[in-house]
Design a protein around this ligand. Structure first.
Ligand SMILES: C[S@@+](CC[C@H](N)C(=O)[O-])C[C@H]1O[C@@H](n2cnc3c(N)ncnc32)[C@H](O)[C@@H]1O
Length: 168
């Protein structure tokens, strides 16, 4: 599915690479993170790249983010941090609360199908994802892929695109 430029919230934006990419591709972006140092770096990177992007240090789970409702929410490696079904459900409900009708959420999540003997991102099963998001989202696609990075042996990931349920 082609996601057209719109207002987007990136949750757990880290040092801002994906927010900056979205802004360079004509999205109106708010990137948020709880880590002060990450937000500082993101602001520096956006300024260097001469890109207009809003970055805010804030906890997504404890605040309503200014700018809501969004048409699109993106997270890479934030939703997957939460290890219990209930925490992930709370996160999914909160994403839904920040989206407008039919709004989309794209989440990139560590994939538990990778057997590994070295450290890496948290790993979740497809069932972990489905159990927690389904009450609030219709899953449009759930694809086994890899995290994009400069490293050669990139960890496996789920790429999950969801649409807010109209009954919510
Ligand atoms: C694994 S990092 C991913 C960073 C970035 N998205 C990337 O792909 O490089 C997860 C990020 O989520 C942030 N985070 C965790 N819980 C959060 C919350 N409740 N609200 C906002 N950000 C959060 C962390 O501070 C961290 O920067």
């Amino acid at each position: 599915m082609d996601i057209k430029p719109c207002n987007v919230l990136e949750i757990g934006c880290g040092t801002g690479n994906n927010s900056i990419w979205l802004a360079q591709n004509n999205f109106d972006v708010i990137g948020i993170d709880t880590a002060e140092i990450a937000i500082q770096k993101a602001l520096e990177k956006a300024s260097k790249a001469n890109v207009k992007c809003t970055f805010i240090e804030i906890n997504f789970l404890e605040n309503k983010i200014e700018g809501a409702p969004f048409k699109f929410v993106f997270d890479r490696g934030c939703f997957h941090i939460f290890s219990s079904d209930q925490e992930r459900r709370n996160f999914a409900e909160n994403v839904s609360d920040h989206l407008e009708k039919d709004g989309l959420w794209l989440s990139i999540v560590g994939n538990a199908d990778e057997l590994r003997d070295h450290p890496g991102p948290p790993q979740r099963t497809a069932r972990d994802i489905v159990n927690s998001v389904e009450p609030y989202f219709e899953i449009l696609s759930l694809v086994s892929s890899h995290f994009e990075s400069d490293r050669s042996n990139t960890p496996r990931a789920w790429v999950c695109l969801m649409r807010k349920r109209s009954s919510i």
